[in-house]
Design a protein around this ligand. Structure first.
Ligand code: KG4
Ligand code: ZN
Length: 335
């Protein structure tokens, strides 16, 4: 049995997990420093880095214990760690920890691209995965449409040219005076609102698969300044409709162009109710299986990093011990 310890510290989640070669999750521990960042309306890199230093040890210990492993000498076959993209100070904590553990235990370690990690999440939850898969990866930092021909074989068809989808949620929420992170609050409010209350543009820049959200954010600001009579729930519903509509239309175009067996959703914004309903509907229309992650698998976790680690150790081999963090590592550059 091949067992890999996954470690994730790219943003505000400190996470460790043990995964086996069949992509079974033996343990998955996630701690978040989000409460420390709320007052600032976004993640404060310095605070996130310090929180990782305090939390990473106990989190790794718990992940080993919950997997039934001997904490002093766990019988592992490797350590996989997110080495980019992400906040540099946060990445360095996970990377240094992974290198130290791999040296101490005498096992290989491998640096994993965080976005590739998200792409492995469906493998942990669906035993009936059929390839190719069309995946919409939407988080606070990234928004991509990816054609996955198999595990680790991904082609980026399009990505945002400005803000990420989650970032747009967070910025609009801030404008509306809601808390951080804004996605869950807007999603909740939108359920009570009228999506036709505000006419907002569905930006469809070109006929490629690129995405854009900053125009929508500006449109919300302008429209709410002009129509102060429109209630918060109606604004939330109108914004949510315009944003998910763009994602769904682009995804539809991608499904018309490429023949796939399933469609998957990944990243923090995968928790969004409008997007989940829209993708379920789209999959039905195209006769495809929809892979919607559980809430725990939407947000950052180390199980997905461990899963990518199993694959990368086997296919590409271990990383060198002098591996650096890559804060801007693009998914398209992963090989
Ligand atoms: O993947 P994630 O946990 O962290 C990043 O790697 O960015 O994503 C966090 C993002 C935040 O922008 C948050 O507002 C958004 O996901 N989010 C949502 C929902 N839940 C979280 N956006 C829309 N609807 C939701 N229900
Ligand atoms: Zn993420």
């Amino acid at each position: 049995m091949t067992l890999v310890l996954g470690i994730e510290t790219s943003c505000d989640e400190t996470a460790a997990a043990v995964v086996d070669e069949h992509f079974h999750v033996l343990s998955s521990v996630v701690e978040s420093s989000i409460d420390e960042h709320r007052a600032f309306g976004g993640v404060v890199p310095e605070l996130a880095g310090r929180a990782h230093v305090a939390t990473i040890g106990p989190v790794v210990r718990r992940a080993l214990e919950e997997a039934g492993l001997d904490v002093a000498a766990p019988r592992l076959d490797g350590v996989a760690v997110t080495s980019g993209p992400g906040l540099i100070g946060s990445l360095l904590v996970g990377l240094s920890t992974a290198k130290a553990l791999s040296l101490a235990w005498g096992v290989p370690f491998v640096g994993i691209n965080h976005l590739e990690g998200h792409l492995f999440a469906p493998l942990l939850e669906s035993s009936d995965l059929a390839w190719p898969l069309m995946t919409l990866l939407v988080s606070g930092g990234h928004s991509l449409i990816v054609l996955q021909r198999g595990p680790g074989e991904h082609e980026v068809l399009g990505e945002t040219i400005d803000d990420a989808a989650g970032e747009a949620y967070d910025k609009v929420a801030r404008w509306l005076g809601l808390g951080y992170p804004g996605g869950p609050e807007i999603d909740e409010l939108a359920k009570e609102g009228d999506a036709t209350a505000l006419k907002l543009p569905v930006s469809m820049i070109g006929d490629d698969f690129d995405l854009s959200f900053s125009g929508l954010k500006t449109a919300v600001v302008r429209a709410t300044e002009k129509h102060r009579e429109i209630g918060l729930a109606d604004v939330a519903a109108s914004f949510q409709f315009a944003l998910s509509e763009q994602l769904l239309r682009k995804l539809r175009q991608a499904l018309e162009r490429y023949e796939v067996k399933g469609v998957a959703l990944a990243g923090g914004v995968a928790a969004n109710s409008a997007l989940r309903a829209g993708i379920t509907q789209l999959a039905k229309e195209f006769g495809l299986v929809a892979h919607l992650p559980t809430m725990a698998m939407c947000t950052d976790n180390a199980a997905m990093i461990g899963a990518a680690g199993i694959y990368r150790l086997r296919e590409s081999g271990p990383s060198d011990l002098d591996l650096s963090a890559r804060p801007n590592w693009q998914l398209a550059d992963v090989q």
